[in-house]
Write a protein that binds this ligand. Structure first.
Ligand SMILES: [Zn+2]
Length: 133
């Protein structure tokens, strides 16, 4: 059995199980698959994508923003802020010259490239601005 995320021509998303990928094609050709919301038989496989609430681009962007903001807050809670000394500190931790811990901060693209070449583990994340409440 295989599960597909499907979408009708009116944009309703739903899931359905098929015995295999050919099963999907056969049932689609026979118009046996119908949208549970509107009954449309014009069904396509939905592109694989993170599940985000909302259907319009703007609400999708807002959902992405909320996730990035949550990521930022998690980083701020769990990691030490080292500002523009990020590359220096990351390197020290990597070589055991500094206490092993999670840090975050800023660095230039050139420094980031060098760190990657040295095998220092780090990740770049988009840093969203917090809304002034
Ligand atoms: Zn529909």
């Amino acid at each position: 059995m295989i599960k597909y995320d499907l979408k009708c021509d009116r944009g309703h998303g739903f899931e359905a199980w098929f015995r295999n990928s050919v099963g999907f094609d056969e049932q689609k050709a026979a118009q046996e698959i119908a949208c549970p919301e509107c009954g449309s038989a014009a069904i396509e496989k939905a592109p694989m994508a993170p599940r985000l609430p909302g259907k319009t681009n703007s609400s999708r962007a807002a959902a992405v923003r909320r996730e990035l903001l949550a990521l930022r807050e998690k980083v701020e809670q769990e990691c030490d802020y080292v500002g523009n000394r990020f590359a220096e500190e990351a390197r020290k931790i990597h070589y055991g010259e500094s206490e092993a811990r999670s840090i975050y901060g800023e660095t230039s693209g050139e420094n980031a490239k060098q760190l990657a070449e040295e095998g220092v583990a780090f990740a770049r994340i988009p840093w969203v601005k917090k809304e002034s409440a």
